[in-house]
Design a protein around this ligand. Structure first.
Ligand code: PMP
Length: 401
């Protein structure tokens, strides 16, 4: 039995806002005290710059930062911590791949995306296509809001160089069959980038078992601080990637006749990194690993089922994305009310949700809507949260209709 109520006590935000029902977890998650403590402990005890100092604090800071890299590697079952690159988040990680690995593409090469991608997994590829003459191909969705595998297969060819796909849709929650897609892409000779922003806090990730080439995620959507994210690259691909940003930390030597670059991952981490945030990420993933992950998954699944069963009993609600394989969020629209107005009423009663296009405008266009109201779950949500949401939503829709 997963005790969410007990676990919630570890999150200071809920003591500071006792009336808060936080259902905006897909936007960012709240942080457990151990993550906040880890950052504070770092600043109070180990703060120094990493890698280059000749003093004990610098070694302690480097150990803490590099320790976090190893924790990330273990968390996603990467073969080595040297394949983990710290970034500011998912967005920067995808831009890094587009600007380094992507610079090897030529006119006519194809990149396959899906119709459900977040703008972070669309715009960098559009910019790359403009620079190189590469062509974007878009996988359609099936009636459940999951990628249509037949259509995906029909798009694959020897021109395909990359498939860039969200593990879990942030707008409708569907989970994509990543292992199957990686296998098919590899048969066509293409690499696969998986946007794990909405997956990593919910599903257990094994990048090797899934057969992924690039995995990216943001710390703040997995109980960690903002300003830190991860790019994992399979080693053979990583070794061939040219650097991106130039500066300190990423070089082997510099002279006015030219520079040579450090080995990965340092080659991709120019400048002083987000040290305390990386330490916070390490603490968050350690905390998450300490939970019973399958019980957590079952808990979040139960909350979503409870929510969707309740929504089905209220007239005038459409749930978008009915995939049987769905993560911890539900997106909805209302026949008699605008999602934004509903969210304002919910906010007055202490419920935080997200409304809008969720940075997935092409998906919403495909669904024929301009925005939804999204309720998304994390480990500290309880069935009381869902009951309260359903009760307040019912009142709200009565008032607004
Ligand atoms: N991809 C997905 C699926 C997301 O949900 C998000 C965040 N909404 C991003 C990418 C971008 O993440 P970040 O803003 O942390 O870079």
């Amino acid at each position: 039995m997963f005790d969410a109520l007990e676990l919630k006590k570890q999150f200071p935000i809920f003591s500071n806002h006792p009336d808060l029902t936080y259902l905006d977890n897909a936007a960012t998650m709240q942080k457990p005290r151990c993550v906040l403590d880890a950052e504070r402990f770092f600043y109070e005890n180990h703060n120094a710059n990493v890698h280059r100092g000749a003093h004990r604090l610098a070694s302690a800071a480097t150990d803490a930062y590099e320790g976090a890299r190893q924790i990330v590697a273990n968390f996603i079952n990467a073969p080595s911590h040297e394949e983990i690159i710290f970034t500011r988040g998912t967005t920067e990680a995808i831009n890094l791949v587009a600007n380094t690995w992507g610079s090897t593409l030529s006119a006519g090469d194809e990149i396959i995306l899906s119709a459900l991608e977040h703008h972070a997994n669309i715009v960098p590829w559009q910019m790359l296509a403009q620079r190189t003459g590469a062509v974007l191909k878009i996988i359609q969705l099936d009636q459940y809001g999951t990628v249509d595998l037949e259509h995906f297969s029909s798009l694959l060819s020897d021109k395909t160089k990359l498939v860039a796909i969200s593990h879990v849709s942030n707008a409708i929650g569907s989970i994509q069959p990543i292992a199957w897609m990686c296998n098919a892409a590899h048969h066509a000779g293409a690499k696969v980038l998986v946007d794990g922003a909405q997956a990593v806090a919910h599903l257990e990730i094994d990048v090797q078992a899934l057969g992924i080439d690039f995995y990216v995620f943001s710390g703040h959507k997995a109980y960690a601080p903002t300003g830190i994210g991860v790019l994992w690259v399979e080693n053979n691909t990583l070794q061939k990637m040219p650097p991106w940003q130039g500066g300190g930390e990423m070089i082997a030597s510099v002279s006015f006749s030219g520079s040579t670059y450090a080995a990965a991952p340092y080659r991709f981490e120019a400048g002083t990194p987000a040290i305390a945030q990386a330490v916070g990420l390490g603490a968050a993933l350690t905390w998450l690993s300490g939970l019973d992950r399958s019980a957590l998954l079952a808990h979040e699944h139960q909350l979503r089922q409870q929510l969707e069963t309740g929504l089905a009993q209220i007239a005038g609600i459409t749930i978008h994305g009915q995939s049987p394989n769905k993560a911890a969020l539900t997106s909805m629209t209302f026949t008699t009310a605008h999602p934004y107005d509903v969210a304002q009423f919910l906010d007055h009663r202490g419920i935080a949700v997200r409304v809008g296009h969720h940075c997935a405008q092409p998906l919403l266009h495909t669904l024929g809507i301009s925005g939804t109201l999204r309720a998304s779950f994390a480990a500290y949500n309880t069935s009381q949260d869902v009951e309260y949401f359903l009760a307040v939503l019912t009142d709200t829709l009565e008032i607004l209709s």
